[in-house]
Design a protein around this ligand. Structure first.
Ligand SMILES: CC(=O)SCCNC(=O)CCNC(=O)[C@H](O)C(C)(C)COP(=O)(O)OP(=O)(O)OC[C@H]1O[C@@H](n2cnc3c(N)ncnc32)[C@H](O)[C@@H]1OP(=O)(O)O
Ligand SMILES: CC(C)C(=O)C(=O)O
Length: 795
């Protein structure tokens, strides 16, 4: 079975290096872009399994014009009707801008040269391009021509082209230039190539300076030597061809050794003026040199390439759809992975680079300096090619904390402190090890939200802060006389604990320590703060504070606590900085408690000297989720005190809530004296709403009507129509209870009742609830009325 040889000299010949004294190109640098010629529609096209259709060629031609090509080889028109017609189409449909030269290729055959001229008839600017291979193998094997015959073939047909150019110029006012390619130049004796080119120049007879320069296109038809050799050959050719000023030296590198780009670059330093190639390197075998890479290599050196790839994706889309060849994901500048780092140390460097560049650019702007691009591992700003920074960092098992933190910052605007980066990175590592795949941005942000219970009720943990108040109070124990008074902070909050609303309180020297105290006191969660940082997210009125908290479990030894190996991080985001830090505490606490059982609400409250109104009100928050208006708190406290006096001094939570429900008619079966039936509101011309409906009064359904400024006063007026005396609403408030589809309104109403002849006014509270806030309000009114000694009118 054939295989690679141990000794390849038995099969392959080495190239023969050129003896070139004092070569110049190695010390030269780029100063400007060469002239570009795209041969996508000829050399690229001829290498496709399915050459492009006319439509595809047209699309591609328009793309090349848009990118800024001024010289485009559009066809080998004598090859096929498709190519010939395409040339005609462009000319006849004025597709060729005045500043663009079309180029067509022809072999050194009279019939095909004449056909090529027919194809380009009427075009304003045409480069006729003729080729014949010169190297020994082609002379001997393909053409079976001597050197003299080879020179004769080239010069005879160049002369024909010159004559035809004159004729067509005269008859059609066309401007011609001539390009001659000594095909297989790099495999040909240099002196012979020079001899043929001199003969071609003479035969053409029109080489002059500027626009009249003859183009000698020196192809590496097959790349057979390293790029320095090509540079030597070009430098030699440029130094020895006569009338150098009347010549454009053009390169046409192929990529057989994978060094076409290097060969082109070194050969330009060797003296070439022009480069022929294709977008993304399509072409025979391994392709032509890639013009996108060449142009952008110049661009990243600060040299204007004269080609515009500002929207590289649309260029890729068009080229791949026309060629039906993909662009490799690692293709320089254009591959989908070229601006992406998966590996940890690259990501870390890129992240730091962006941060440092941000600071540097800010300073540059202040000092009126240029904002130079300088990011590790990224020679080019993706934005220049119309690419976003989305893909710059992608995460898999090779990634590190820096990359993960970069994505958190990009997508959640959170700039995690270093130790929290390490902590979250471990979470991501576990996922990527388990899943053995790339971690998408969605995976990452979801993991973050779940880990830190961050981002709304969907991600809430076992403990969730619903409302809180921080108040300042003087320290009970000011230490030294004369020192500034030490203020303490008190935390009063309602919190969902495993789905049950509870009130917790604590105090400390700041909001965080006050909350930690409350957690310790009410929930036996004893944690100590180890780290806290915060930063602003966004600017102006909509900006928020992001807080990061590190907690450790409290132990008896303060030093031991601080040095604990296990810690829990939390994050909070809120427009209020205190709220943000408290959310961060709970985020960390949620992680710390895991599924540990938390102490339940105490089953009974004892009413002694230390129990007060707020204890009773908290109990109602804890059990029913109701936040009572202050005056109702007072009223209910009196009710409870009376009830306690009649018992052994203690009342269970269950009894307390029952007492509350029955006292205010809150969600009890008993309808009360006044009960709402079906009703509607009507609009009154020029006035408020009119209540019209049924009210059950002492078990009898009455039709009632009443008008008022609003729905509640209209309902009250309707009630008035059925009772003696006056009912006035002294206080009304409401709030919602529950969440999502279970949300309902709860209304609190206090009514005053005055009956002529009675000395004292009466007052009573009533509660109503419903998904409809108006119904809830009216129910509360009727409940309050039911508790008063209201006298109903006689039927
Ligand atoms: C390195 C390059 O990329 S060069 C460009 C190559 N591109 C193409 O070949 C695509 C277009 N070509 C074609 O459509 C056809 O080859 C045609 C129309 C040009 C010629 O077709 P045919 O006449 O059928 O000849 P064929 O394709 O077999 O070409 C080989 C003949 O051309 C000769 N020939 C090859 N190159 C040249 C040349 N540059 N000048 C003159 N004759 C040439 C060969 O010696 C051979 O001649 P022979 O038949 O006398 O032995
Ligand atoms: C016609 C010539 C320039 C060519 O395509 C080559 O040598 O590759």
């Amino acid at each position: 079975m054939p295989c690679m040889l141990i000794d390849p000299t038995q099969k392959y010949r080495s190239y023969i290096p050129l003896v070139l004294d004092n070569r110049q190109w190695p010390t030269k640098t780029f100063t400007k872009a060469p002239i570009w010629l795209s041969t996508d529609l000829r050399d690229g096209n001829q290498a496709l399994a399915c050459p492009m259709t006319a439509d595809q060629k047209l699309t591609f031609f328009r793309l090349l014009v848009k990118c800024g090509f001024k010289e485009i080889e559009i066809a080998y028109p004598s090859a096929s009707d498709t190519d010939f017609s395409f040339v005609r189409y462009l000319i006849e449909n004025n597709e060729i801008p005045d500043d663009v030269w079309i180029q067509v290729l022809t072999p050194a055959r009279e019939d095909l040269i004449r056909r090529s001229f027919e194809a380009v008839t009427g075009a304003k600017h045409v480069i006729m391009h003729m080729y014949n291979a010169l190297c020994p193998m082609f002379r001997e094997v393909v053409f079976r021509n001597s050197k003299e015959q080879t020179v004769e073939l080239a010069s005879k047909h160049s002369k024909l082209i010159s004559e035809l150019a004159d004729q067509y110029s005269a008859s059609h006012g066309m401007k011609f230039r001539y390009e001659y390619s000594p095909e297989t130049f790099t495999q040909t004796e240099l002196e012979f190539s020079l001899q043929v080119c001199e003969a071609v120049k003479t035969a053409w007879g029109k080489a002059g300076p500027g626009i009249d320069r003859i183009i000698f296109n020196l192809p590496a038809t097959v790349e057979i030597a390293p790029p320095n050799h090509y540079a030597d050959q070009i430098e030699y050719f440029a130094a020895h061809i006569s009338e150098r000023e009347n010549i454009i030296i053009s390169l046409h590198p192929h990529n057989d050794r994978g060094t076409a780009v290097a060969a082109a670059e070194l050969a330009v330093l060797g003296g070439a003026d022009r480069v022929e190639g294709c977008l993304f390197g399509n072409g025979e075998r391994t392709g032509n040199v890639d013009l996108v890479t060449l142009a952008l290599n110049l661009y990243t050196q600060g040299i204007t390439p004269n080609l515009d790839f500002s929207d590289i994706q649309s260029v890729i889309d068009i080229v791949t759809s026309c060629n039906d060849l993909p662009v490799h994901p690692r293709h320089p500048y254009a591959g989908e992975l070229v601006f992406t780092a998966f590996s940890g140390s690259h990501q870390d460097a890129i992240k730091k680079g962006f941060e440092a560049q941000g600071i540097r650019h800010k300073k540059n702007a202040e000092n009126g300096e240029l904002k130079m691009w300088d990011i590790p591992y990224m020679p080019l700003d993706p934005a220049d090619l119309g690419c976003s920074y989305e893909a710059v960092i992608r995460v898999n098992a090779q990634s590190g904390k820096g990359g993960v933190a970069y994505l958190v910052k990009q997508h959640l605007q959170l700039d995690l402190p270093r130790n929290m980066q390490v902590a979250f990175y471990k979470v991501i590592q576990q996922i990527s090890d388990r899943e053995a795949r790339e971690i998408t941005v969605e995976d990452l942000t979801t993991a973050f939200r779940e880990t830190y219970h961050f981002g709304g009720s969907k991600y809430e943990g076992r403990l969730a802060l619903k409302s809180f108040r921080i108040t300042a109070e003087p320290s009970p124990d000011p230490t030294h006389d004369g020192e500034p008074f030490d203020e303490r902070r008190r935390f009063d909050g309602t919190m969902l604990v495993d789905g049950v609303l509870r009130v917790i309180r604590g105090d400390g020297n700041g909001p965080i320590s006050a909350l930690l105290d409350a957690l310790r006191t009410h929930l036996e969660i004893d944690m100590t703060l180890r780290g806290y940082t915060e930063h602003a997210v966004g600017e102006g009125e909509t900006s928020k504070a992001a807080s990061y908290i590190e907690l450790v479990a409290t132990t008896d030894d303060v030093k031991e606590t601080r040095q604990a190996s296990e810690s829990w991080w939390g994050v909070g985001l809120d427009s209020d900085i205190a709220a943000s830090s408290l959310h961060a505490v709970l985020s960390a606490v949620n992680a710390a408690i895991g599924d540990r059982v938390l102490p339940e609400l105490k089953l009974s409250v004892g009413f002694n000297a230390t129990s007060g109104q707020s204890d009773v009100s908290d109990a109602i928050v804890n059990t029913l989720g109701l936040t009572l208006p202050r005056r109702l708190q007072t009223s209910f406290f009196e009710v409870v005190q009376r009830a306690v006096r009649e018992s052994d001094g203690k009342i269970s939570y269950e009894d307390l809530t029952r007492l509350f429900r029955e006292t205010y008619g809150y969600e009890v079966e008993n309808k009360g004296r006044f009960y709402l039936g079906d009703f509607c509101f009507e609009r009154v011309e020029g006035g408020g709403p009119r209540f019209k409906g049924d009210m059950e009064i002492d078990g009898v359904v009455c039709k009632v009507i009443g008008e008022g400024n609003g729905p509640l006063s209209a309902a009250l007026a309707a009630l008035h129509s059925q009772v003696e005396g006056t009912l006035v609403c002294r206080e009304y408030s409401e709030h919602s209870v529950g969440e999502g589809s279970d949300v309902k309104a709860v209304s609190f109403v206090e009514l005053l009742y005055e009956l002529p002849g009675r000395v004292k006014k009466e007052a009573a509270w009533g509660l109503g609830s419903d998904t409809d806030i108006t119904v809830s309000g009216i129910r509360a009114v009727l409940r309050a009325a039911s508790k008063l000694g209201v006298v109903a009118k006689k039927a």
